[in-house]
Write a protein that binds this ligand. Structure first.
Ligand code: HEM
Length: 480
């Protein structure tokens, strides 16, 4: 027999729907709030929030039901559209129904394996450029530099654009914007963007700058002699041509470009930040990644074809995405019709919250969950992980369209870096860092690492006489 409400916090004020205590903890530390709910009430928790009904979904089977089996009964919450709508309009991340399906099919072509080889080349080249910049630097701000890197990779891959000079500026803007988004996401009310308030003005200005960048790239491309086969070309070809698959208006094309550009660096940059942070703390794992890269690449640049062979490096990336899933929270869903979930009959209009961050640190599925242990993803052990307990890229039809791109990027950035540099936490950098749940989860304070040009074990020092020589298949680089 189905029941009406799953268990949940008993002391909620039914009339107002929210006690100060729960409201405040949801606001200040949503991760702690949700983790506690899971521990106390199990895989499906119910609570009232103002006049609404919220359900926290914490079990792999329930997540499968929601995102795959019964996905037609759910859609992304209108509130998500209110927060992100001015930036991404009707882009893939916010659209639903037949329009979403048409766009998704059309956009798939830019992640075709034939395009990925070029993206891999760009990834390695841009990583080498960052290594050059790091040369001689005492310490670098990891999250800022990983955002710059991911920005330049996605801009060149999808738009054929060199954003190296503007990357620092856009990295700062991106940080500010995600801060604004997070503030709105957790505030009790989302106010319309047109209001003449300071925060709204700033949001409008940043969004306008990003959309202006996309429009400029489109205009430049129209007049260009060289027209690479990329996202921009595909979008320009689809504007005002309904006969083309995915034909769209200019505004829709800007929405899609904005979605892929932002989706393309936002989560990847945080994925890379946490990955590099963990490796700075685990020299023994770092050494194994380097051995993997050296064995497979023998000093040459990595390519797309090397991915399957870089097995340990891929395991490390998967483990970083487990412990620090950038998409710590999926976009909230609402049920558009009555639905049965976990034995409860849930009336239309409930709000459903899923937290990969909490599930991927659940000891039922990941023993000793806070330990950074890439062996969980060894070929022998990975199959025993319940599939829906590990979903850093989401699941079902709305799962990340850029998952293959992001995985390729993280593995190749890491392999390229370990080939050439060592890094450790900078002096004074704490080993424990508080995460801050923005749209993607990021460190609450900047993380500083100390990069050093690689000195091969058998080389006494990378002194003048070693410059430019081959050392066991690895060519030492000029020290500035
Ligand atoms: C480590 C990097 C990344 C992570 C962890 C990540 C994570 C996710 C997740 C969890 C979702 C599903 C959200 C939900 O259902 O609520 C998603 C959707 C999406 N992601 Fe990613 N993503 C990453 C990189 C990328 C990249 C590189 C791109 C584009 C180049 C991208 C573009 C998108 C888009 C467009 C969607 C919406 C798909 C749809 O609704 O059909 N993401 N991503």
């Amino acid at each position: 027999m189905t029941r009406k409400h799953p268990p949940g916090p008993a002391n909620f004020n039914a009339a107002m729907g929210l006690t100060w205590r729960h409201g405040a903890s949801l606001w200040w530390n949503p991760i702690r709030f949700v983790t506690r709910l899971g521990h106390t009430y199990g895989d499906l928790t119910f609570f009232r929030i103002f006049s609404g009904r919220a359900y926290v979904v914490n079990g792999p089977e329930l997540i499968r039901d929601l995102l795959v089996v019964k996905q037609k009964s759910f859609r992304k919450l209108d509130r998500v559209r209110m927060v992100l709508g001015s930036g991404f309009g009707n882009g893939l991340i916010l659209s639903e129904g037949p329009q979403w399906l048409r766009q998704r099919r059309a956009l798939h072509s830019i992640f075709h394996p034939s395009m990925m080889a070029r993206y891999a080349q760009i990834t390695v080249a841009r990583t080498r450029q960052l290594i050059d910049e790091w040369r001689g630097r005492e310490r670098v701000e990891l999250d800022h530099d990983m955002t710059r890197l991911a920005l330049t990779i996605i801009a060149e891959s999808l738009f054929g654009a060199d954003l190296s000079r503007q990357a620092a500026h856009f990295s700062r803007l991106a940080f500010e914007l995600s801060n604004i988004y997070a503030g709105e996401e957790y505030s009790p009310f989302v106010l319309p963007d047109w209001l003449p308030l300071g925060g709204k003005r700033r949001k409008r200005a940043i969004v306008a700058e990003f959309r202006g960048l996309i429009r400029d790239l489109m205009d430049e491309r129209r007049g260009a002699d060289q027209r690479p086969d990329d996202l921009l070309e595909m979008l320009l070809g689809a504007i005002n041509r309904p006969e083309v698959e995915g034909g769209m208006s200019k505004d829709q094309a800007v929405d899609e470009a904005m979605t892929l550009f932002n989706g393309g660096y936002h989560s990847s940059s945080m994925g890379l930040t946490w990955l590099f942070f963990e490796l700075a703390k685990h020299p023994e794992i770092f050494a194994r990644v380097r051995a993997d890269a050296d064995a497979v690449l023998a000093g040459r640049d990595a390519t797309l074809a090397d991915l399957p062979a870089l097995q340990y490096t891929s395991m490390v990336v998967k483990e970083a995405l487990r412990l620090w899933p950038p998409a710590w929270e999926m976009f909230a869903r609402e049920n558009v019709e009555e639905v049965e979930l976990g034995g409860y009959q849930i009336a239309k209009g409930g709000v459903f919250l899923i937290y990969p961050f909490v599930l991927q640190r659940d000891a039922r599925f990941f023993p000793d969950p806070l330990r950074f242990d890439p062996e969980r993803f060894s070929p022998a052990r990975e199959p025993s992980i319940p599939p829906f307990a590990y979903s850093p890229f989401g699941r079902g039809p709305h799962a990340c369209i850029g998952a293959a791109f992001a995985s390729m990027e993280m593995v190749l950035v890491l392999a390229t870096m370990v080939q050439r540099i060592d890094w450790c936490l900078a002096p004074g950098q704490p080993r424990t860092v508080q995460p801050k749940p923005f749209i993607a989860i990021r460190p609450a304070k900047p993380i500083w690492i100390q990069p050093r040009l690689r000195i091969a074990a058998e080389t006494p020092r990378a002194t003048d006489e070693f410059r430019g020589q081959e050392v066991k298949g690895y060519k030492t680089e000029q020290v500035s």
